[in-house]
Ligand binder design. Structure first.
Ligand SMILES: [Zn+2]
Length: 256
């Protein structure tokens, strides 16, 4: 498939340049492919058991979604300085460490979640009707009661995205720590479509420890980034995706 080709074609190139990976956030090493790859995650560490035994795992292939009255989404995202940028050996991620009550918010109905971090996958982890998109951004949110909502936005080739451009341009070489980028602003609002129609289902983190209890909101409308921006990410991370997980009877709902 042409859209996914970008990622796969760069695989050999990227592995040739992969340095010793620094993955300080995780006690036990894991990877997307090979001996520590996704089919082995549940055996690598008891803390990763849910990757194997969980029955509500992510990502999924979204099919046969059930029409439903769903709460409206409101994104209260704003421009802010680019900081806590990390290239962690698995993806490029922007972490937010905002004081309580400040930062970027998502309202699901009237429940308020704050944006804790966002990161990228190539190709997309979630599929729709058996097909991945070129890339996906995961915008992770948490409410005051600890509940977690992940917003998945598909990315496809089209016009250049200026927030993605700033992030790519300033991405540090692979490191175990976050960096601040003085004098550069990004706006996470540029990473989501204006149309907020979505799918919703109960799932998990898509990397170890595969913790369940994550509500995934998958926006139906993709956001465009340029072919050059897709290629640039694929050169770093050509395949940072977990395979599709079984639904095990879960219902995916969809609404406007
Ligand atoms: Zn993710």
């Amino acid at each position: 498939m042409k859209r996914a080709w970008t990622c796969v074609a760069a695989l050999i190139l990227a592995s040739a340049f992969a340095p010793a990976l620094l993955r300080a956030q995780w006690k036990t090493y894991w990877s997307y492919d090979g001996p520590a790859g996704s089919t082995h995650w549940g055996d690598l560490d008891p803390a990763y058991a849910a990757c194997k035994s969980g029955k509500q795992q992510s990502p999924i292939d979204i099919r046969n979604a059930r029409k439903a009255e769903l709460p409206a989404l409101r994104f209260e995202y704003a421009s802010g300085s680019l900081k806590y940028l990390i290239n962690n050996g698995y993806t490029i991620r922007v972490n937010y460490h905002d004081a309580p009550g400040t930062g970027n918010f998502l309202l699901v109905g009237n429940k308020r979640y704050h944006l804790t971090q966002f990161h990228f996958h190539c190709p997309s982890e979630e599929w729709v009707q058996g097909k991945p998109y070129a890339m996906e951004v995961h915008l992770m949110h948490e409410a005051a009661d600890g509940s977690v909502v992940g917003v998945a936005v598909f990315l496809k080739a089209g016009s250049m995205n200026s927030t993605v451009e700033q992030i790519w341009r300033h991405t540090p070489k692979m490191k175990s720590h976050e960096e601040e980028v003085p004098g550069v602003d990004i706006n996470p609002d540029e990473l989501r479509p204006r149309d907020t129609a979505y799918y919703i289902y109960q799932g998990s983190l898509t990397a170890p420890p595969c913790t369940e209890g994550v509500t995934w909101i998958v926006l139906k409308t993709a956001v465009e980034i340029s072919a050059e921006q897709l290629a640039a990410f694929a050169k770093l991370y050509p395949h940072d995706v977990r395979p599709i997980q079984p639904l095990n009877g879960r219902i995916v709902r969809e609404g406007p």
